[in-house]
Design a binder for this molecule. Sequence first.
Ligand code: DGY
Length: 321
Amino acid sequence: MTELKVLITNHEVPKVAIDLLGEKCTLIINEEKPYANREQILAKCPGVDAIFWASKERLDAEVLDKAGPQMKVVGCMSAGLDNVDVETLKARGIKLSNTPVVLNDAVADVAVLLALGAARRITEGRRAIEQGTWRYGVQWQLGRDISGSTVGIVGLGGIGQAIVTKLTKFGVSKFLYSGHKEKEEGKLLNAKFVTFDELIKESDFVIIACPLTTETKGLFNATVFDKMKNTSILINIARGGIVVQNDLVEALQQKKIFAAGLDVMTPEPLPRDSPLLKLDNVVLLPHIGSATIGTRAAMAQLTAQNILMGLGGAPMFTPVY
Ligand code: DGY
């Protein structure tokens, strides 16, 4: 390869990726702390051949224009692509990859963590300890069982399938899923394909595991919360935008549903005065689904490999199109 330049938009990208790319390319790294903003990324784009995108900033025509026509390869270090203008990249013939599969287990673990945490009222329990209101009580702090429950997965992709596999060990009695079409994997996992409406009405746990798209934006609104069981628990490990957050807050306040467990919300970071933080029946995590040492290294390595394949004219391992 001739001297190829790769921009890495975040200095915290695991070393495995820096080493892989550094062997073959000249690296330009956004060293700004804690992480580079849009202007700082744009300033480093001109003249690069590929971009390693590890940023929540929007990846759009402006970035491509700044980089120039020689820039033909983008590797995103994420599974979600809701911050990427995929159609524009495709129209301009840019090779684009993301990092599905390698994060399935880590994200599914967080779904299980939130499902159990919300069912067992861990926010309220922790507050009781802190506030000195912990008491003995036969009827105190009772949660809900996941064993024997019906779990509905909205979007049976890789992460949804990993959630079903993990929850099978918890004695769930029925798995439902909704999506565009029935899947072979659903049959193998003993999960029943149902309409979205059936899923929200019948499930004790509703787990959102679908991408944020124009179709799923705001899918969970007041009408949906009204249809859910008032004993049900909502888990979101996908994207905050799939839920109308004000409607969720109201549903939780009015006990239209039992509880929620959220790894994602709107906006991120969540403002410290958000009403979500005042609620006892919600468990919150700061979008850490894929945040394990091993998973982030695997995501970084896959992104670097994809970029090298793309620059070398070979098919990427996990292309977006
Ligand atoms: C992803 O990769 O999309 C996860 O949400 C981590 O950001």
